[in-house]
Design a binder for this molecule. Structure first.
Ligand code: SAH
Length: 436
């Protein structure tokens, strides 16, 4: 049975565990100390001269090298006051002792309190943004409600799948406020069960262990069913990629539904989203290629769920780079090819190797297109700039001997917004290319 707790802002939050109560009381004490002019109990972090510039531009990260002095080391996730070298207050942030990104800013207004009311306000704003962008509607039952820094909540992801909220706490600060965030989500979106998927690799960089499991409400079943633009998908929120589904590709799945015809090849298909969207409208048949047998089983199940004849959809478990060469050898050609590889560049060290892999996949795909065919090609590597991605695809077309034009630029769906002060939030880029 949950208990009720009154925050210092007067609103009530239900907390389900003793651990939650305890954490909440400590944090409330902290929150009180943050209000108004800073009091001595909140730890102060002084930055090196000149290193405050990015904060002045409202970028929410402080790197370890920018810190001049931290006094007594704050605890992981503890709220700290950031000061410039002249000791002028700059921001309130969450301390992350183990990470290169030593502090992530909660607020540039140093007069506010970081407490339950703060999280309620930020979460309300995030949900409202999705509401006015049209994501709260009947034919879309899954969308991202909170996208980390883009929503002023660094390290927090909340994805809604029907009556499930799947949550990732990916920074020390988000982890620190976990109980309160879950309580506020309950209050703002009643009737949902909350499942944690804090098993993304980035948690390691914050020195946090992976964690998954129900945080409130029911244990999720093996699969849940969502609706996207009228199509049904089975999603495994417990073990599927990311939080279960590639919500960031939603707008592009809708786009393919407008563009597809003839034979479609869906490379790096995961559970077949692009193929289903294409088959539901214009395409005659589609082939999914993925290295994961489980993902392809889901793709087949999704086709059945939507009444799509299994003769129209083929699933090939293979390495895309090899299978594309095999198709070339077989002289197979397609009307539309989707290339949506996993993140091939995840650090500066992997930039060259990743760039070569992008080029190879695009070269192979371009050479398999029928005259007049379309390539929808993507990169989800945030470290690869859009212009460089375009150059890689241009080089691939050159080597494939195909004359091609960009007919459309593609990106992440609108429930993954990009805050102007945080351009890193933009990671998914895509080009729709037509070959002669
Ligand atoms: N387009 C999908 C998401 C793709 S995610 C969607 O909209 O749902 C990338 C997929 O690539 C994953 O399913 C992963 O299993 C697969 N994958 C990774 N490396 C691969 C390789 N070399 N060959 C084939 N599939 C690969």
């Amino acid at each position: 049975m949950g208990r009720w707790f009154e925050s210092n802002s007067g609103s009530h939050f239900q907390i389900g565990t003793d651990h939650g109560i305890c954490a909440l009381q400590n944090k409330n004490a902290l929150a009180l100390s943050v209000s108004g002019p800073p009091v001595p109990t909140m730890k102060k972090i002084i930055l090196k001269p000149g290193r405050e510039e990015s904060l002045r531009r409202r970028h929410p990260w402080v790197f370890s090298g920018a810190v001049q002095s931290a006094g007594t080391e704050p605890a992981s996730g503890e709220t700290v006051l950031l000061l410039d070298s002249a000791k002028k207050p700059l921001a309130l942030g969450a301390w992350s002792p183990g990470s290169q990104i030593r502090c992530r800013v909660w607020s540039f207004d140093t007069s506010i309190q970081i407490d339950a009311a703060f999280f309620k306000h930020r979460l309300q704003q995030a949900i409202e943004l999705r509401r006015c962008s049209g994501f709260v509607q009947d034919d879309v039952s899954a969308c991202r409600l909170v996208y980390s820094e883009s929503d002023g909540l660094p390290g927090l992801i909340v994805d809604r799948y029907g009556r499930w909220l799947v949550v990732q706490f990916l920074s020390a600060g988000a982890e620190y406020w976990k109980d309160i965030i879950v309580a506020v989500l309950h209050e703002l979106i009643p009737g949902h069960s909350v499942f944690e998927r804090s098993d993304a690799g980035v948690r390691e960089k914050e020195h946090l262990l992976p964690r998954t499991g129900a945080l409130s409400g029911d244990e999720p079943p093996e699969h849940i069913e969502i609706i996207e633009h009228g199509l049904h998908y089975r999603v495994d929120i417990r073990r599927g990629h990311k939080t279960g589904f590639y919500l960031d590709q939603r707008d592009n799945r809708r786009r393919i539904a407008k563009l597809a015809s003839g034979e479609v090849l869906n490379c790096f298909s995961y559970t077949g989203g692009f193929a289903l969207a294409a088959l539901a409208v214009g395409a005659d048949c589609a082939i999914n290629i993925d290295s994961s047998a489980g993902a392809l089983e889901q793709a087949a199940a999704n086709a059945r769920l939507n009444g799509i004849d299994n003769r129209r959809m083929e699933n090939i478990e293979a390495n895309v780079f090899e299978q594309l060469r095999e198709f070339k050898h077989m002289q197979r050609h397609f009307d539309l090819i989707v290339l949506d590889p996993p993140k091939l560049i995840d650090s500066k060290q992997t930039l060259d190797r990743g760039a070569r892999a992008y080029k190879d996949a695009n070269l192979q795909a371009l050479s398999l297109l029928k005259p007049g065919g379309l390539l929808m090609t993507f990169s989800c590597s945030g470290l690869l700039p859009t212009q460089l991605f375009q150059k890689i695809v241009a080089d691939a077309a050159l080597d494939a001997g195909r004359q091609a034009v960009i007919v459309e630029r593609l990106g992440q769906s609108a429930d993954h917004p990009v805050a102007l002060n945080f351009p890193e939030g933009e990671y998914l880029k895509g080009l729709c290319i037509r070959v002669e």
